[in-house]
Design a binder for this molecule. Structure first.
Ligand code: ADP
Ligand code: ADP
Length: 230
């Protein structure tokens, strides 16, 4: 039961760089698939083709049964959560407003969007009464990252794309965030594609791990925890 399928996908940038060669890959529904590998091997390009921040040169990508090239780009992006390393919170909107942004854009009324924002802040471990009215710069790095996760999950998207989501958080905080995120992902059943260069994070969070080398997957680990004890 696959949520995301890549079939013979290739990405060649305008300058001739072949970032992804001939990639076939599937993400099963409700799992975390971790894409791991050194910098520059095509992980982010792969992730960003899923929501068409990057257009594939050829091949086919199907998300929840829809060929992404046939879907309107704006709708496609709003249908998937997206979390990156530098969270990119809106600096002039409060924490609660940040989380309620996408619900607002997709037409939820204010009351429902606000209630959802409180719920999500609670879920990521931030007391909505204490944090909701603050601005992003009044939060620590780890707290901002939690808001980023809450914002990405606000409309309960079936698919969440994450690019080095905990990369800017200090090691101790990172470990805690990883564990909490894992719990949230299990609770919501969100399908996750996670890009990381941190093999420890990949193995810790990935139900399966796709190991990238220049331009594509060189090995797939279906039981990553077994690798730890190898
Ligand atoms: P990773 O996420 O594994 O670090 P990327 O997907 O970001 O790898 O990059 C893969 C390759 O594509 C790299 O050689 C990178 O320099 C190149 N690349 C990424 N974005 C662009 C772009 N917009 N134009 C040209 N080359 C790019
Ligand atoms: P960290 O050690 O995780 O980076 P900080 O030292 O940045 O955390 O912040 C510690 C606590 O103080 C956090 O709970 C944060 O929300 C709060 N805090 C930081 N800056 C401000 C601020 N300008 N106004 C209110 N609270 C703040």
């Amino acid at each position: 039961d696959d949520a995301i399928v890549f079939e013979h996908v290739r990405k060649e940038y305008a300058d001739g760089t072949v970032a992804v060669g001939d990639l076939s890959l599937a993400v099963r529904r409700h799992e975390i698939l971790a894409l791991v590998g050194p910098s520059g091997c095509g992980k982010s390009t792969t992730l960003r083709m899923t929501n068409r921040l990057v257009e594939p040169t050829s091949g086919r990508i199907v998300v929840e049964g829809t060929d992404v090239t046939r879907e309107d780009r704006v709708r496609l992006r709003r249908s998937m959560g997206y979390v990156i390393q530098s969270v990119g919170l809106f600096p002039h909107r409060t924490v609660a407003q940040n989380v309620a942004t996408v619900p607002g854009l997709v037409g939820w009324d204010r009351r429902r969007a606000r209630a959802r924002a409180s719920e999500l802040l609670e879920l990521v471990g931030l007391d909505p009464d204490r944090y909701g009215k603050r601005y992003p710069h009044e939060l620590s790095g780890g707290e901002q990252q939690r808001v980023g996760v809450a914002r990405a999950l606000a409309t309960d998207p079936p698919v969440l794309l994450m690019d080095e989501p905990f990369g800017a958080v200090d090691p101790a905080g990172r470990r805690r965030l990883q564990e909490e995120f894992h719990r949230i992902q299990r609770e919501l059943g969100t399908t996750v594609m996670l890009v990381t260069h941190d093999i420890d994070e990949a193995v810790r969070l990935g139900d399966r791990v796709a190991v990238f080398s220049r331009g594509g997957v060189v090995e797939q680990l279906d039981d990553p925890v077994a690798v730890l004890s190898r």
